[in-house]
Design a protein around this ligand. Structure first.
Ligand SMILES: Nc1nc2c(ncn2[C@@H]2O[C@H](COP(=O)(O)OP(=O)(O)OP(=O)(O)O)[C@@H](O)[C@H]2O)c(=O)[nH]1
Length: 244
């Protein structure tokens, strides 16, 4: 009876109060979340269907491996915070579908990425040969300064290997990329590759900031010089006036 009465009579204030409480909680959660990291980067995984992109991501974010292959539909993402050079870096990692039919969707995400991991499967020569195609798509659709690395996954499957480590390393050299052989199954080199790409993105961003600060310094120096020469001119003009 009581609770029924309070719903009918005090319905509106009670609802407003609970909305306000919810709002306060959200603000508190947001402010805590806002302090949880110093930098946020967006990374992207690219490569043929079945090379192990989803498994690599899951291994990195959840320390987990699922041997079944459920093809990614379109695009998916996971987050992880890592500490680099004393900074908390939050990485948002986009896992793309390798299947051709999703390309028009996945391409839309290329230009939002600051770092890209090209993945092939060491037990599949075609997936290695297709890296050239993935790289040319990135040239066409991604940001010019996007950082990239090359990864040959499934390094635990040594007996099934179709691509040698040397071939992988040479291809990476051609593109000027760092190279890793990884295994989402054993976890070998998984963290190392994600962390390396994050470091590269951080370094690129630092170069940008330094460049910006450099041109700001230059601008301020020039402005200060102009101010000095301006005040000298006006003082010599004052002197002339006095002499006359
Ligand atoms: N042995 C071995 N198998 C792996 C490894 N990584 C992934 N796999 C297996 O490879 C299959 C495909 O893995 P996924 O991660 O789903 O592949 P994907 O690249 O995300 O595929 P799409 O979503 O279709 O683009 C699964 O059966 C995995 O269990 C690995 O490091 N070693």
């Amino acid at each position: 009876m009581d609770s029924e009465g309070s719903t009918i009579n005090g319905g509106l204030p009670a609802l407003a109060h609970s909305y306000y409480a919810l709002f306060c909680t959200l603000v508190r959660v947001c402010s805590v979340m806002a302090k949880q990291y110093d930098l946020l980067f967006r990374l992207l995984l690219l490569g043929d269907s079945g090379v192990g992109k989803t498994c690599m991501l899951r291994r990195f974010t959840d320390s987990d491996f699922d041997p079944s292959h459920i093809s990614t539909i379109g695009i998916d993402f996971k987050m992880k915070t890592v500490e680099i050079d004393g900074l908390k870096v939050r990485v948002q990692i986009w896992d793309t579908a390798g299947q051709e039919r999703y390309k028009s969707i996945t391409k839309q995400y290329y230009k939002r990425a600051q770092g890209i991991i090209f993945v092939y499967d060491i037990t599949s020569k075609p997936s290695f040969q297709h890296i050239a195609k993935w790289a040319s798509d990135v040239d066409e659709y991604a940001l010019e300064k996007v950082q990239t690395i090359l990864v040959g996954n499934k390094s635990d499957e040594e007996t099934m290997r179709q691509v040698t480590k040397d071939q992988g390393s040479k291809l990476a050299q051609t593109y000027g990329m760092d190279f890793f052989e990884t295994s989402a199954c054993t976890s070998s080199n998984i963290s190392e590759s994600f962390i390396r790409l994050t470091e590269l993105v951080m370094q690129a961003q630092k170069r940008d900031v330094d460049k910006l600060l450099g041109s700001l310094d230059e601008y301020l120096d020039k402005a200060a010089l102009e101010e000095v020469s301006g005040s000298q001119n006006s003082s010599s003009h004052t002197q002339k006036t006095c002499t006359c």
